[in-house]
Write a protein that binds this ligand. Structure first.
Ligand SMILES: [Zn+2]
Length: 116
């Protein structure tokens, strides 16, 4: 995608992406009750989301272009990194609390670009 078009798309979707992300995070965090510091929507070309050790969560605005169950996977995945800063068994056990089917969803992500 040309850079300029991507930037326009980003501006166009950013507010909406933040709104949906906040809603879904609040919803899933009823279960986890983790402390979320800051939520930022970014225009990244290599990842769907990331989490910093300070408790900041970053999401790619493109998550709102995903089907809802994939969007939810990104949200839950990054939310669980607030507790487990790795992909250990503990991490996946946390993810499975909300998404027992997460392995299936992970496979779907392999068909689209950039999820790690
Ligand atoms: Zn991860």
């Amino acid at each position: 995608m040309p850079k300029k078009r991507s930037h326009h798309e980003f501006i166009y979707h950013k507010t909406n992406a933040l709104e949906i992300t906040r809603q879904r995070l609040a919803h899933f965090n009823k279960t986890y009750q983790f402390k979320i510091h800051k939520i930022t929507i970014k225009n990244q070309s290599t990842r769907w989301g990331s989490c910093s050790k300070k408790g900041n969560l970053n999401f790619n605005y493109r998550i709102i272009l995903l089907p809802m169950h994939l969007l939810d996977y990104v949200i839950v995945h990054e939310l669980c990194h607030l507790k487990e800063f790795n992909h250990s068994k503990h991490f996946w056990d946390l993810v499975a609390k909300i998404l027992p089917d997460y392995k299936k969803v992970k496979k779907e992500f392999k068909k689209i670009r950039f999820y790690k």
